[in-house]
Design a protein around this ligand. Structure first.
Ligand code: FMN
Length: 368
């Protein structure tokens, strides 16, 4: 995979690097973290309908790719979904709102995949209250194949600049079943500024920046060993690591020249956005958060079907003190009084991007 300077910086979740000329050579052609990507190939290779559906579910989008799911297989046709509390993001997601949205994405992807085995997922949320398991699931026989099921393996989060071309009205009409599509030039400009201001706030707040930097996986071996978090891989990034230009330490130093340079490039990426999608809920219960995740997942499968790219930009929705003015602004701009904005995402035409790492299914099953 050849990474451009822009692409390199765009995939960094929080910190930045000085981009240098890419090195070449044999080393650089063998940097694909195959172990970390193996779950994409293994998806569906299970006879047991529960394992079949779960092997796809773990490909769901989720904040910082923490993969906060744990499964307890408890009946021949069912399982309990638990939240892995070790995978919380205490600084950027202090109330675990985003984590539960991610668990909603997991449940919906599981339900969509189950239809490929002629099963319908019956999902009972929080059977013992919100401090207990997230859901009890039973895969009942019957039901047709979900019309979005064949988009599962092509779905991505696209953390790249989007083309300067509008999203067609026919596509927007499809997407409006999931949330609000924003294309008005003045509104788009206001949201662009908001996402940028909020991103800078997360980056300039040491503890929230550090939360991301601590989750960075530097190069193939680290990514394969911990296939989650923010993966910094591929030949170009690894050449920068070898040269000592990309290190955990300089990712934590917003004053460094490289970091400053990277900020400009990230700003350009956020600016290259022709439209946004917004998902709100009337209240902000755990059930609402799960429901928003289920809707986001279907939206992401639908954008995949339509050849569109989607990219959550969650900073303004984060609930830490320094972010409060932007959280308020986001709610004034994007929600009715009392509603909660659960997801804000860039929408447009982006490049094709590779899949992101995942922990294999067996590591996510508590009693496998
Ligand atoms: C609730 C939620 C919030 C997210 N927020 C962001 C974000 O602010 N910035 C970003 O680049 N990606 C965000 N993502 C996308 C994840 O980083 C992405 O899903 C994860 O890295 C896995 O990659 P994939 O979706 O391509 O499989 C978010 C995803 C979810 C579900």
């Amino acid at each position: 995979m050849t990474l451009t300077r822009r692409k390199t910086l765009a995939i960094l979740g929080g910190g930045f690097i000085v981009a240098a000329g890419a090195a070449t050579g044999t080393f650089l052609t063998t940097r694909t973290p195959s172990t970390a990507l193996a779950p994409w190939d293994a998806a569906g290779a299970f006879e047991d309908p529960r394992l079949f559906a779960l092997s796809y579910a773990l490909l769901a989008p989720n904040p910082h790719n923490r993969q906060p799911w744990l499964v307890e297989l408890d009946t021949p046709d069912g399982f309990l979904l638990h939240r892995d509390v070790k995978r919380d993001l205490p600084h950027t997601d202090p109330h675990q709102r985003q984590i539960f949205v991610g668990l909603g994405c997991f449940l919906e992807l599981m339900a969509v995949a189950a239809t490929l085995k002629n099963r319908t997922a019956e999902v009972d949320l929080f059977p013992d209250g919100t401090d207990g398991p997230v859901a009890r699931v039973r895969l009942a026989a019957g039901g047709g194949v979900d019309r979005l099921a064949n988009q599962i393996l092509a779905r991505r989060t696209c953390k790249e600049p989007f083309e300067n071309r509008p999203v067609p009205q026919e596509s927007l009409a499809q997407l409006r079943q999931y949330g609000t599509a924003i294309t008005d030039t003045a509104e788009v400009a206001r949201i662009r500024k908001l996402t940028w201001d909020a991103w800078l706030t997360e980056t300039n707040t040491h503890r929230t920046l550090k939360e991301s930097v601590d989750l960075m996986r530097f190069g193939k071996s680290e990514i394969n060993a911990n296939p989650d978090g923010i993966d910094l891989g591929g030949p170009f990034l690894e050449s920068l690591m070898l040269a000592g230009i990309l290190t955990r330490e300089n990712q934590l130093d917003p004053e460094s020249a490289g970091f400053q340079e990277g900020i400009k490039i990230y700003q350009e990426m956020l600016a290259a956005t022709p439209a946004y999608m917004v998902l709100t809920t009337p209240q902000n219960s755990r059930q609402d958060q799960i429901e928003a995740g289920r809707r986001w997942l279907r939206l992401n499968l639908e954008t995949t079907r339509l050849g569109l790219s989607l990219h959550p930009v969650s900073q303004a929705l984060q609930e830490f003190k320094e972010m409060e003015p932007y959280y308020q602004q986001a709610h004034q701009l994007l929600a009715k009084p009392g509603e909660t904005v659960q997801m804000l995402g860039r929408l447009g035409y982006g490049p094709t991007v590779p899949p992101s790492p995942r922990w294999p299914l067996e590591t996510r099953i508590m009693n496998g």
